[in-house]
Structures are given as C-alpha cells and as structure tokens.
Design a protein around this ligand. Structure first.
Ligand SMILES: NC(=O)c1ccc[n+]([C@@H]2O[C@H](COP(=O)([O-])OP(=O)(O)OC[C@H]3O[C@@H](n4cnc5c(N)ncnc54)[C@H](OP(=O)(O)O)[C@@H]3O)[C@@H](O)[C@H]2O)c1
Length: 198
C-alpha cells in the first residue's frame, strides 16, 4: 500500500443528512436542527478517520475544528492551505489513505463527511462501501405557509445537494425506525437508512 492509495481492506463510508429533496446545505450551513442526528453523526464517526472538503471544514464551528476524537483530513487543491488539527490532501485517494492510517483518532475505518463535491467524487470513484443517510422531513425551499413561492431562483443562496444513489447499485440494509419516522426534540421528523453495495 502506498500513501496515495487506500488499502483494499479499508472500509469507507459516507454519512450525510438531507431534506426531502436532497438539499444538504444552504449558503455554507446545514439549515435544520436535529440534535439526535448530530449524536448519530458523532457516534458513527468518532474514533475513525474522516475526510471532508475544505468548505465543510470552514462550515464547522471553530470549537469543533478539528472534530474531537477523529483524524480530520481536508481535501483542497490549494497547496498553501493549512489549519491547526487538519491533515490536508489534494486527491480523494490520498485523503482516504491518510484517514485510514492507524494512529491517533483513526483505526483504519474512514468516513467521508461532505460536502456535496466530496460525496459526488467519492461515489464517482467507487470509493464507498456503505452510505448512511438521514432524511429530515422538511423541504428547505418550501415557502412559509401563506407566502408566495420565491421564483427568483438566481438570487437564492447556493444549495449543496446530496449525490444521487443509484437504486440498482445500493441496497437499503437497515432503517431506523424500521417503519415511519422518529421525531426530534426540536419537532422535526427524521429517519436514518444504511445502504450497502448491491
Ligand atoms: N447535511 C450534511 O450532512 C452535510 C455534511 C457536510 C457538509 N454539508 C454542507 O455542504 C456544504 C459544503 O459542500 P460543498 O460541495 O460546497 O463543498 P465541500 O465538498 O465541503 O468542499 C469543496 C472544496 O473541497 C475541495 N475539493 C473538492 N473536491 C476535491 C478534489 N477532488 N480534490 C481536491 N480538493 C477537492 C476544494 O477546496 P479548495 O477550494 O480549497 O481547493 C473545494 O472547493 C455546506 O453547506 C455544508 O454545510 C452538509
């Protein structure tokens, strides 16, 4: 194994949360509050290497950079970029290999944690063994009740979108709850699905 290519035995997952239409971010943030999903994200990724794009690193609150208990590898094409607590990489394979190297905050398991560009790249490169998706029962683009639809799409804040999961390539192997939705203490409904390669 070289540093540029992850070991074939490395298990690589992706984890994200999306609204009903696949929005994962608006203007550099996640536009909902589901603390139970943040706990799920923490328990899924803690103790493992994580790979993220530079924009997702920038979107984390400063007190969560680096994410505690996880080796944080940040993808960037800017060779001059650095941040305390971040390992940098300029290509996905290099990032996954760096995140997989056993050591502090890493045990060989790797989670790709966003954002849209990096999820898309990981799927395109067939780098993922498992995908874990939280659906939040919300349409972030729906107008508030009683208001007209804002049709000036060009001036909207930029949306980050989840990648398309090909249903012939990915099979849902577990769902929580098995039927229906869970309700967050903030009132939003959500459910989590684990997918593996078909
Ligand atoms: N809902 C969720 O679960 C979730 C999870 C994570 C993020 N998000 C949201 O997603 C949004 C950010 O996503 P995004 O798509 O805009 O950005 P991103 O994927 O986080 O980061 C994009 C940046 O990563 C670097 N990059 C991407 N692909 C690369 C490659 N193949 N090689 C080298 N570097 C690469 C580039 O950095 P440089 O410009 O430095 O070269 C690029 O500008 C935010 O709104 C965030 O809140 C949501």
């Amino acid at each position: 194994m070289t540093r540029a290519e992850p070991d074939a035995a490395t298990r690589v997952g992706a984890v994200w949360a999306q609204d009903r239409r696949g929005v994962i971010g608006v203007d550099g943030t996640i536009p909902w509050d589901v603390p139970e999903d943040r706990a799920h994200f923490a328990s899924t990724t803690r103790g493992h290497g994580v790979v993220m794009g530079r924009s997702t690193w920038d979107s984390l609150p400063p007190r969560w950079r680096p994410l505690p208990g996880r080796r944080c590898v940040v993808l960037t094409r800017d060779p001059s970029w650095s941040a305390p607590g971040a390992v940098t990489a300029s290509a996905l394979g290099v990032a996954v290999a760096a995140a997989a190297e056993p050591g502090e905050g890493a045990d060989g398991e790797v989670w790709v944690i966003g954002g849209a560009q990096v999820y898309a790249r990981a799927l395109a490169e067939n780098a993922l063994d498992v995908v874990v998706v939280t659906e939040v029962d919300l349409d972030v683009d729906a107008p508030p009740p009683g208001e007209e639809q804002d049709d000036d799409g060009d001036r909207r804040a930029p949306r980050a979108l989840a990648p398309h999961l090909d249903p012939t390539a990915w099979t849902a192997v577990r769902r929580e709850p098995e039927v229906g939705w869970a309700t967050s203490r903030t009132g939003l409904r959500y459910r989590i699905t684990w997918y593996e390669r078909s």
